[in-house]
Design a protein around this ligand. Structure first.
Ligand code: CTP
Length: 398
């Protein structure tokens, strides 16, 4: 697909370097159109090298190719990030002082704005009115994330992380802006992510390879679809998704307590975390020393099975419970047996090992339902699998 990335003159322009990489690596042709002032933050050479495409901020370059009309007409998506207060005002007024302004007037594809500015600017009545105007014309204007802004102030105005912008771009390309109704609005959901660690002593643990990428993609997708999301994250190095409440845990026991607490009153719980089935029966308070010789055989004791407990107790009427199964062999047979044993509504079965699933950007899965339905999701970004899982959950909630 052809994507125009319009870059406004905000310091958050640097985050869009990663966005270009994510979009090009997933096979899209990205044409970066910076505003002239944004080149003070990130230069044209960076955009050209990352996108592999020519970069210009002015409609007066390559005039014979009529870029001010052609680029907008040919685009499948125009994504503006960071959208400054000034850029939003110009877009709302239909001004075209630069190439991006022209492209915004000629594009007939979905247009997404990702605003980033100081809180006062975002909340100024002029900006509020401009955002309403653009939304009224069918553009998708994202809510900025809250947090640390340039300088020492904090508040709403941050550009969401590149992975979040990427997920929005993928959703809009797949569904268009008209079909972005927040179908999980008013719903509370809980997602677990990452891999639990069971301590042997203050420096060592038994763990697993889960990166948390799939769980974070699920949390971001649910937030984008309007849900109030609690993400229980075990040992991930990933940035908190915008608009998501993140609870950090270490062990399976911690995760049990955090998930059960958040699941009370939740419409859906998705257990994407890799939870240790067993933990060492005892933990040494002092570091185990090599000089003391190899430790005695490590005695393991069973952890609570959170998914099974949630499925059996259903902490909220009509709650949809979703499990994951990471399997190396006999995916469907093992998956069906696990779905029955755990008692959940949906089980997402994916193949692991030999470079698949753990830590990768891609996943493929079979979604098995207790009512016998089966959905095959071909290999693709974890964001896509996340959307299909929420489609299945939303259908069951409705
Ligand atoms: N799970 C859980 N609590 C545990 C272990 C697992 O909630 N103590 C959840 C995981 O989050 C996942 C699902 O159960 O959603 C499947 O986990 P898995 O470890 O594959 O299942 P097991 O029953 O442990 O089966 P296996 O024999 O394959 O280890």
């Amino acid at each position: 697909m052809k994507i125009v990335l319009g870059v406004g003159a905000g310091i958050a322009a640097y985050k869009c370097c990663e966005l270009v990489r994510l979009l090009t690596e997933s096979g899209h042709e990205v044409r970066v159109i910076p505003t002239p002032d944004s080149l003070r933050f990130v230069g044209a050479a960076t955009w050209a090298a990352l996108s592999g495409q020519p970069v210009s901020a002015s409609p007066w370059d390559d005039v014979h190719e009529v870029p001010h009309v052609r680029l907008g007409q040919a685009a499948d998506l125009v994504f503006v990030a960071p959208a400054t207060a000034d850029l939003l005002a110009r877009a709302a007024a239909g001004l075209a002082p630069d190439l991006l302004g022209n492209v915004l007037l000629t594009a007939r594809c979905p247009v997404v704005y990702a605003p980033a500015m100081h809180t006062e600017m975002w909340q100024h009545p002029a900006t509020v009115a401009n955002v309403a105007t653009l939304r009224g014309r069918g553009a998708l204007v994202l809510e900025p994330a809250s947090g640390r802004l340039t300088g020492s102030d904090t508040g709403p105005g941050r550009l969401p992380e590149p992975a979040e912008l990427y997920q929005v771009a993928r959703r809009v390309l797949a569904r268009g802006t008209a079909d972005l109704t927040p179908d999980l609005a008013g719903r509370r959901v809980v997602v677990s992510a990452g891999g639990t660690r069971e301590e042997l002593d203050p420096v060592r643990f038994i763990g697993n390879w889960s990166s948390g990428l799939q769980g974070y993609a699920l949390a971001r997708a649910a937030a984008a679809r309007g849900a109030e999301v609690t993400l229980v994250a075990a040992n991930t190095g990933l940035a908190d998704p915008a608009g998501v409440q993140v609870v950090r845990v270490i062990s399976a026991g911690d995760m049990h307590d955090a998930v059960v607490k958040a699941a009370a009153g939740a419409d859906a719980v998705v257990m994407a975390a890799a939870v240790a089935d067993y933990r060492p029966a005892s933990r040494s308070d002092a570091k185990l020393k090599k000089a003391d010789g190899p430790p005695d055989p490590i005695i393991l004791t069973e952890n609570p099975d959170i998914l099974r407990e949630l499925s059996a107790t259903r902490l909220h009427p009509g709650q949809v419970v979703v499990g994951f199964a990471a399997e190396t062999d006999d995916l469907l047979a093992n998956g069906r047996a696990k779905l029955a044993a755990k008692g959940c509504d949906l089980l997402v079965v994916n193949r692991v090992g030999n470079g698949l699933a753990f830590g990768t950007a891609d996943n493929e899965a079979e979604i098995l339902a207790a009512d016998g339905q089966r959905t095959s999701v071909p290999r693709g970004p974890k964001e896509d699998l996340a959307e299909v899982i929420w489609d299945s959950v939303a259908a069951r909630l409705a």
